[in-house]
Write a protein that binds this ligand. Structure first.
Ligand SMILES: Cc1c2[nH]c(c1CCC(=O)O)Cc1[nH]c(c(CCC(=O)O)c1C)Cc1[nH]c(c(CCC(=O)O)c1C)Cc1[nH]c(c(C)c1CCC(=O)O)C2
Length: 349
């Protein structure tokens, strides 16, 4: 067999190479929430089934994962699922309500926590692994398949609050008044998240991402205890079983604390939020891969300003391992053509 039709080795995937620490130029690109309501083909599927059904039906989840790959040829395909699948799999009630977001049966006491059953997780998430295993066959050869989970702290925020919140007051109060209960919740989530991510890797995920969307609401001592330490444990557990699989950490709005996070958790890649200055962070953290961090509003608005901002980020990180992405998810009414223009701009050399 000559080299032209030899099967591609994993290292010929630009995103995987960048996640493993190589400065690939131009940087590979994928976007958080690239499968979403801004795509007409996504909205068409939405009328067919509720969100949980779409996540837990391999046919649908596979199709939804593939939609942005077909349209834009992204370098990464992120599994269509949600961070709240984990509490749901443990037995917490979960509903996604139009215009309101997720609604869960709030965990406020030891008895509430006791009712959850982490032993159910493996079986309840079997369809997710089936989706990944189908995707590893249906994706283009150059595309990297990404699994993910929420980080224990962010998932705990939704579990305690019973949904989204402006300030997650009930969660922060539980940390103060019932630290043993909150610690137990975090420990339960840490173990289950590590196991779930290993399962995703065994089913075909080539890298995994930990979303810690609310890390930035914590003071430093709590950030170390509830963000850095659980992440470190999850990374250690995954490394023991799957030493070569890259792990992306996203401690959103972590500010200067991202330095300790990058030094101490062992993640391969630090995902930057919209507020982070890429050049400054590059100075601050060890030589790991950086991911990010265009403002989703720049993508929403498009035009020359978007292209200028995207190129400034790309050029600021030139020479260093970088994965182009947003600083947070794609906004709901983003014009799909702006996403195409962004991909072209990032790839134009
Ligand atoms: C906090 C959080 C959640 N989910 C997620 C986070 C972390 C990232 C972040 O900070 O945004 C992560 C997530 N959610 C979803 C994905 C799938 C893959 C992708 O990025 O394309 C991923 C990686 C699908 C989704 N998750 C959700 C949708 C929309 C539901 C629908 O289409 O009916 C999608 C496509 C619902 C969801 N899920 C969640 C909320 C708060 C909501 C409601 C808000 C909203 O509707 O946008 C919890």
């Amino acid at each position: 067999m000559n080299s032209e039709n030899a099967p591609l080795s994993p290292s010929s995937k630009p995103l995987l190479r960048a996640l493993k620490g190589e400065a690939v130029w131009p940087p590979p690109i994928w976007l958080m929430r690239q499968a979403g309501r801004y795509l007409p083909e996504f909205r068409a599927m939405r009328d067919k089934a509720d969100f949980l059904t779409r996540c837990m039906t391999p046919d649908m989840a596979e199709e939804l994962t593939l939609q942005p790959i077909r349209r834009y040829g992204m370098d990464g395909a992120i599994l269509f699922s949600d961070i709240l699948i984990l509490p749901w799999a443990m037995g917490q009630s979960l509903e996604f309500i139009e215009g309101r977001g997720p609604v869960l049966g709030a965990i406020r006491s030891a008895a509430d926590l006791q009712r959850l059953d982490p032993k159910r997780v493996l079986e309840a998430t079997a369809p997710v692994r089936e989706t990944l295993s189908r995707l590893s066959k249906s994706l283009p050869e150059v595309t990297t398949l990404l699994g993910f989970a929420g980080s224990p702290f962010t998932v705990a925020c939704y579990m305690v609050e019973g949904g989204g919140s402006r300030d997650f007051a009930a969660t922060r109060q539980m940390m103060q008044t019932e630290p043993m209960l909150f610690d137990r919740l975090i420990e339960t989530l840490t173990v289950s998240t590590a196991e779930m991510l290993c399962g995703q890797i065994e089913a075909g995920a080539e890298a995994v991402m930990l979303f810690d969307s609310w890390a930035g609401i914590l003071p430093p001592t709590a950030f170390r205890r509830y963000v850095i330490e659980p992440t470190r444990q999850i990374v250690r557990h995954i490394r023991e079983k799957h030493p070569g699989t890259p792990i992306i950490g996203f401690p959103r709005l972590g500010g200067i604390m991202v330095r300790e996070y990058a030094e101490q958790t062992g993640v391969n890649t630090l995902a930057l939020d919209t507020v982070a200055d890429p050049a400054q962070i590059a100075e601050l953290v060890p030589e790991i891969t950086l991911q990010g961090n265009l403002d989703p509003m720049a993508l929403f608005s498009g035009g020359e300003a978007m292209i200028r901002e995207a190129k400034a980020i790309r050029d600021a990180l030139k020479g260093r391992p970088h994965v182009f992405n947003l600083g947070h998810g794609v906004m709901q009414h983003t014009p799909p053509e702006n996403v195409g223009a962004l991909v072209d701009a990032v790839r134009a050399v």
